[in-house]
Design a protein around this ligand. Structure first.
Ligand SMILES: NC(=O)C1=CN([C@@H]2O[C@H](COP(=O)(O)OP(=O)(O)OC[C@H]3O[C@@H](n4cnc5c(N)ncnc54)[C@H](OP(=O)(O)O)[C@@H]3O)[C@@H](O)[C@H]2O)C=CC1
Ligand SMILES: O=C(CO)COP(=O)(O)O
Length: 320
């Protein structure tokens, strides 16, 4: 089998670099110019500078070369997934499509696996998620991720195909739990960045991580996820990484909100749209998700971090 990665951002490039250790891999960019620069310079200077693209990694902007591969990793931002799939629907109709994005689509409230099934009903969807920074994967540092796929046989095949020398995969059939873990942890990471940026302290961050995890479970379990998935790499694992590292863009957006600094709007920060999508979904489902709600207030500047924290502290006392 052959593997392609559609989307040459930081994560798509890092995955392709690691997969190239297993054999030939195709990395697709929507920009012919970017693809040309990567081919000639053997580096993705725009999105992942300082990492040499190994020889088995072939860069292209011709989607027909992606269609030649049986397994395609979709490494585009969540809010662009539907657009990318729709644009290439004819070429990807029956492929194994592994979403690598983390989030909930704002306009539909759907996750990546459901979007793949809706746009391409004959494709076989899966999800790759969990704690890993593109830079770490690309530099060969050890990581462990979750490969979620509703088809147990395909899940085992993909686990074998996509495990690399530095990326160890665990498999599950619980796609709902895996995608919600990856989506919801980004919202909590924004909250954690904001409390640190505002100088509210490490204890406040620990409280938010823990009560944020309770919110993640509340929504995920209500939607049919298994608790052990949330406790695994895609939930707890990624929450721990993203809420504590300056390498996280979600956490860094939170830091900026906490400090009152500007943040570059061109940077991919999945938790921003996802916070709004989850807040709306929670209201619809009558779920109590106060931290997520406060994050939407921080994002639209209707709340300061101090006001948000005061609101959270003033909530009625309850059992843990
Ligand atoms: N970076 C990381 O450490 C990790 C990222 N992820 C997830 O991976 C996903 C992608 O993130 P990341 O790679 O970091 O983001 P980047 O911002 O680095 O790159 C996004 C890429 O998507 C491409 N793109 C955007 N829209 C489309 C489209 N409609 N069709 C085709 N390509 C498109 C962009 O192309 P162009 O350059 O032309 O704009 C760009 O190459 C996110 O969901 C993120 O949560 C998961 C784990 C780790
Ligand atoms: O998902 C990630 C780590 O697992 C990457 O986090 P950011 O998108 O916040 O940079």
């Amino acid at each position: 089998m052959s593997v392609a990665v559609l989307g040459s951002g930081a994560f798509g490039t890092a995955l392709a670099v690691s997969l190239a250790g297993n054999g030939p891999v195709t990395l697709w960019s929507r920009s012919a110019e970017q693809a040309g620069l990567m081919r000639s310079g053997r580096e993705n200077r725009l999105r992942l500078p300082g990492v040499r693209l190994p020889e088995p990694l072939h860069v292209t902007s011709d989607v027909a070369e992606v269609a030649n591969c049986a397994t395609v990793l979709l490494a585009v931002p969540m809010q662009k997934l539907r657009e990318a799939l729709t644009e290439h629907a004819e070429k990807l109709r029956r492929h194994v499509l592994v979403a690598c994005c983390k989030g909930i689509e704002l306009k539909s409230g759907m996750g990546p696996v459901a979007i793949i099934s809706q746009v391409l009903p004959d494709a076989r969807p899966a999800l790759l998620t969990g704690p890993s920074f593109a830079q770490d994967i690309a530099h060969g540092l050890p990581t462990a991720l979750t490969l979620a796929c509703p088809d147990a046989d395909l899940s085992a095949d993909l686990q074998a195909e996509l495990t690399t020398g530095n990326v160890r995969l665990y498999r599950t059939t619980d796609t709902v739990g895996a995608e919600l873990g990856g989506a919801l942890k980004n919202v909590i990471a924004i909250a954690c960045g904001a409390v640190i940026g505002a100088g509210l302290g490490d204890s406040a961050r620990a409280a938010l991580m823990t009560r944020g995890y309770a919110e993640m479970q509340r929504m995920a379990l209500a939607l049919g996820a298994r608790p052990e998935t949330l406790a695994g790499l895609s939930g707890f694992g990624d929450l721990a990484l993203t809420c504590t590292s300056d390498l996280s863009r979600n956490y860094r957006l939170g830091l900026s909100l906490g400090r009152g600094d500007a943040f570059d709007p061109s940077i991919t920060v999945e938790g921003a749209a996802t916070a709004r999508a989850v807040d709306a979904k929670a209201k619809e489902m009558r779920l109590d998700m106060p931290i997520t709600h406060c994050v939407t207030g921080l994002l639209d500047h209707s709340l300061t971090p101090n006001e948000a924290m005061a609101q959270l502290l003033a909530r009625p006392l309850k059992e843990e």
